[in-house]
Design a protein. Structure first.
Length: 353
C-alpha cells in the first residue's frame, strides 16, 4: 500500500520532514533483551503453574464453554482499538493530518509489540513512532506524538482505575486487596505528576542532547532525526483542545474494553454486570501495569483476575480462564500485526536503497 502524499501544513517546529535520513533499527541492547526474555519466561512459568494448580481440565472446560464465542471477544476489541487510534490522530490533527487507517495500523502494531514480544511495555511506542516516519513524519514528530499519547493514555487509565475502585468500594465487596490497590494509587499520583512535569521542564531536552551525542559518534543509527523532540512535545501540549479530546477518547477506549470481560464471562457461564466487568478490568490492568518489568504482565494479570474475581464470587479457575481469554484475543489480533510489521520494514529498506 503506497504511502499517502504529504499535505501542506503551516510552518511549525514539529512539521519539518525527516530530510531523508534513514531511521535506525528498533532493537534493544543484547543484555536488556536477555533480561526481558528471562522475565517473560518466568512469567510464563507462573501462568503454567497457576493452570496446573487450578486443574488443566477445569480451566480448559471453562474456556471451552465459550467456544467460538471467543471470536466475538476478539472482535469486541476493534472499537477500543479504533478509539485509541483516533486519540493518537487527534493530537496530530493540526500539525500532521493523515488518514485514520494509518493510525489504526500503527496502533495495531504498537499493541502487538507490547503484548507479544519480550520487550519493555514501551517497546511498541518506539515501533509506532517509526511507523509514522514511513509515511512522512519527522522522527521528532513521531517520537513526540507517542510520548504525549502514552502519557494521556496512562492518565486515562488512572482515572479508569479510580472509577473501578469507587464502584468496588460502593458495592461493599472489598477487602485488604482493595485497600492495597488504593494505597498503590496514592503512591502513583506523585509519579504521574512528576513524569508530566518532567516533560514540561526539559526531560526530553536532556534526552535529545544525549541522542545527539550518540548520533555524532554513530551516525548509522539515524538518531539525528530526533532533533526537536522537546519542542515538539511542548507544542502538542499547547493544543489544549486536542489534549482534552485525546484523553477523553482514551478513557472511552478503556470503558469499551470492559465489554470484552463482560462477554467472556457471559459465554463461560459466569455472567456479571457491566459495572462488575469494569471493576475487574480496571483493577486487573492496574495490577498488570504495576508489573511493567515483566513483558505483558505474565502471571501478574492472571493472579490479579483470580483474586479480584473472588470478590464477586467467581471461582479462581474462572478468573484464570478470563485472563487466558484476554491473552487469546491478544494473540489472535497480534500475530498478524507482527507479520505485517517486518513486511513494512522490508519495504522501507528497499525504498531506502
Amino acid at each position: 500500500m503506497a504511502a499517502p502524499r504529504d499535505h501542506a501544513t503551516p510552518a511549525s517546529p514539529i512539521s519539518t520532514p525527516n530530510g531523508g535520513s534513514r531511521p535506525g533499527r528498533v532493537a534493544l541492547p543484547r543484555t536488556l533483551s536477555i533480561k526481558f526474555g528471562l522475565a517473560a519466561a518466568a512469567g510464563l512459568l507462573v501462568v503454567i503453574g497457576l493452570v496446573v494448580h487450578q486443574g488443566l481440565l477445569q480451566v480448559g472446560e471453562t474456556l471451552g464453554r465459550a467456544g467460538w464465542g471467543l471470536g466475538l471477544v476478539c472482535l469486541l476489541h476493534l472499537p477500543p482499538l479504533v478509539c485509541s487510534s483516533l486519540a493518537w490522530r487527534v493530537l496530530l490533527s493540526r500539525h500532521w493530518p493523515r488518514a485514520t487507517w494509518l493510525f489504526v495500523g500503527a496502533r495495531w502494531i504498537r499493541e502487538a509489540v507490547n503484548t507479544l514480544l519480550p520487550v519493555a511495555q514501551i517497546g511498541g511506542e518506539v515501533v509506532g513512532a517509526r511507523m509514522l516516519t514511513f509515511y512522512g513524519a519527522s522522527a521528532g514528530l513521531g517520537g513526540a506524538s507517542v510520548v504525549v499519547d502514552l502519557t494521556l493514555e496512562v492518565l486515562a487509565q488512572f482515572v479508569f482505575t479510580l472509577l473501578g475502585l469507587a464502584f468496588l468500594v460502593g458495592s461493599g465487596r472489598y477487602d485488604g486487596t482493595a485497600r492495597a490497590l488504593a494505597i498503590g494509587l496514592v503512591i502513583v499520583v506523585p509519579l504521574l505528576l512528576g513524569f508530566v512535569l518532567a516533560q514540561r521542564w526539559g526531560l526530553f531536552g536532556l534526552l535529545e542532547r544525549l541522542l545527539r551525542r550518540i548520533a555524532d559518534k554513530r551516525p548509522a543509527l539515524g538518531l539525528g532525526g530526533l532533533t526537536g523532540l522537546h519542542d515538539a512535545i511542548q507544542e502538542l501540549y499547547r493544543d489544549f483542545r486536542s489534549v482534552v479530546w485525546s484523553s477523553s477518547l482514551h478513557l472511552l477506549s478503556w470503558l469499551l474494553t470492559s465489554a470484552e470481560v463482560w462477554l467472556a464471562l457471559l459465554l463461560m457461564g459466569h455472567p456479571v454486570s457491566f459495572q462488575q466487568a469494569l471493576v475487574l478490568l480496571s483493577l486487573g490492568h492496574a495490577i498488570r501495569s504495576a508489573a511493567f518489568l515483566i513483558p505483558s504482565g505474565l502471571g501478574a494479570q492472571e493472579a490479579g483476575f483470580m483474586v479480584l474475581g473472588a470478590m464477586y464470587g467467581l471461582p479462581p479457575g474462572v478468573g484464570l480462564a478470563l485472563s487466558l481469554a484476554i491473552r487469546l484475543r491478544e494473540v489472535v489480533l497480534g500475530v498478524p500485526a507482527l507479520v505485517v510489521w517486518p513486511f513494512l520494514e522490508g519495504r522501507r529498506a528497499l525504498a531506502n536503497r
